[in-house]
Ligand binder design. Structure first.
Ligand code: ADP
Ligand code: MG
Length: 496
């Protein structure tokens, strides 16, 4: 069994036999013993290898992760300087930033957000990109730039949709997600669409890098803290990018001479976007509970993003909701009654799990009276009538949250362990840095500790001692600017 992070709570309240038995059963279904974690890491390494050596086809695309080469070959040292633009499209707002790299691991940023209307999300793609170019124009007019007015400004474009990348500033849209449905976009090069729109308006800006947010996170972490192996996101979804040997990306088929030249030029590494959220879509190794199957079955993308659905913010709360409902239906908690929000699809936000478990943190306001703080979540956030909630129910709900969340953290650790092994860092004596971003990393209580505990089981204390996990925020701003800087540096190198 995994270590019980909320253990003190279990001892404060005597649980009825029925509650204890129900919790034991849930615990068993969600348990990931060390041996299982090891199998998962092995399978992940197998998928890494497949993805690096084979282009996915229609038939094979769900059997391994895509492992997309980003063509990003310049990892920042912290000494980079210059002024760059960064664009971020993929959420509710379009963000335009001007980032100045100061060269001492520090930077300054000015930014502006622009609303992307429903009409733009559903209309012609040219209209969307005209709007983006207009926003850049407006930003430069209203906020201005400190860059050299005689030189073209380099821009890094964080485009958080699935893209088949073929060069640092070239990639075609595979499909839209997250409510975007623009016409005439799929199959087009999105960097070119942006450049055309900028050129139509005679804006002196060059789109020089197309950036995945994981790669941006890695770049930002490397700039701020030096050498970084992997950038990861544990937010709405989960994904990671890491620094791989060019020689191992055999689907890009380079000759021996080319590899030797790359080494001479110092370009023998490349950032690879794993798309690890899609790990084990074929269900080879991960133990799926009936709760996972239910979450998957009624999701908008059944049988896709299998790993993500056990780990990320969009789904953890939904898995927890299904388990809590099961306890209600089995008459174990709340005297068998539910509520409107507990009945609603996605009615239990992952943020509620953080609130339920907040008392477990040292220095937490709720540490003194955990039951009262859990009760508040259950009645206020989940809308269960106070008279239906016993103290034992409070323990049960918090424990369910912990069980589901701990499994998520332990699986997250598998992705980190696979990256460490893939790059031979389990055998080195170097510090191994991860730059991670997203609400789970930032807000989920004891995320770090749970991940590190699982890493320790997998790799041993000697390796874990060398692992540094940093919160690396704003990969889509600073990170994208660093990608634009990398494009400039690589162009300069190519000229020589
Ligand atoms: P994105 O990945 O889109 O950049 P975030 O990193 O902000 O987004 O993560 C948003 C996700 O995190 C949502 O699914 C939300 O349910 C979840 N979330 C928001 N706040 C918290 C919190 N305090 N604890 C855990 N999860 C949270
Ligand atoms: Mg984010």
């Amino acid at each position: 069994m995994s270590p019980p992070y909320l253990l003190p709570l279990n001892n404060t309240v005597e649980l009825p036999e029925k509650t204890r038995a129900a919790l034991d059963s849930i615990e068993q279904q969600f348990d990931l013993p060390t041996k299982k974690l090891e199998e998962i890491v092995e399978q992940m390494l197998w998928e890494f290898g497949k993805g690096l050596s084979e282009q996915p086809t229609k038939e094979t695309k769900d059997t391994f992760m895509p492992m997309i080469p980003t063509y990003l070959q310049h990892i920042p040292s912290g000494k980079e300087t210059g002024t760059f633009l960064a664009l971020d499209l993929g959420g509710t707002n379009l963000r335009v930033c001007e980032v100045t790299l100061l060269g001492d691991s520090k930077w300054t940023m000015r930014q502006q957000k622009y609303k992307v209307s429903q009409a733009l999300k559903m209309g012609e793609v040219a209209a969307l990109f005209d709007y983006i170019a207009n926003s850049v124009d407006q930003f430069l007019t209203e906020i201005g730039t400190t860059g050299d007015p005689n030189e073209k400004l380099y821009l890094g474009f964080t485009f958080s949709f699935p893209v088949a990348q073929t060069a640092l500033a070239k990639g075609t849209l595979i499909n839209w997600t997250k409510g975007f449905e623009c016409k005439n976009a799929v199959g087009k090069d999105v960097a070119q669409l942006l450049q055309d729109a900028l050129d139509r308006k005679h804006i002196h800006v060059k789109c020089s890098a197309l950036v995945n947010d994981t790669a941006g996170t890695l770049m930002a972490a490397a700039y701020e803290r030096g050498d970084c192996l992997c950038g990861g996101i544990f937010g709405t979804g989960t994904n990671g990018a890491y620094v791989e040997d060019v020689a191992k990306i055999t689907k890009e088929s380079k000759t021996k001479e080319e590899l030797e030249q790359a080494k001479k030029d110092g370009l023998d590494k490349m950032v690879v976007n794993t798309e690890w959220g899609a790990f084990d879509n074929e269900r080879v190794v991960m133990p799926f509970t009936i709760f996972d199957s239910r979450v998957d079955r009624i999701s908008i993308n059944p049988r896709k993003q299998a790993f993500e659905k056990m780990i990320s913010g969009m789904y953890l709360g939904e898995v927890t909701r299904n388990v809590v409902l099961h306890l209600v239906d089995a008459q174990v908690i709340f005297k068998g009654f539910s509520s409107k929000s507990l009945n609603a699809h996605y009615g239990l936000d992952t943020a509620i799990m953080s609130a339920l478990e907040a008392f477990s943190l040292p220095n937490s306001d709720s540490a003194a009276d955990p039951i009262a703080s859990i009760r508040k979540c259950i009645t206020k956030d989940l809308g269960i009538a106070d008279e239906l909630v016993s103290d034992a129910d409070c323990v049960a709900v918090a424990r369910v949250s912990e069980i589901v969340g701990t499994r998520g953290c332990r699986l997250s650790a598998c992705a980190l362990a696979a990256t460490i092994k893939q790059t031979g860092n389990d055998k080195s004596d170097k510090e191994v840095k991860f730059g991670l971003d997203g609400s789970l990393v930032e807000f989920y209580p004891r995320f770090d500790q749970r991940v590190k505990d699982a890493l320790r089981e997998l790799l041993g204390e000697d390796v874990v001692k060398r692992v540094v996990i940093d919160l690396a925020k704003d990969g889509s701003g600073v990170g994208a600017a660093l990608c634009a800087q990398a494009a400039m540096a690589m162009e300069a190198k190519a000229k020589h």
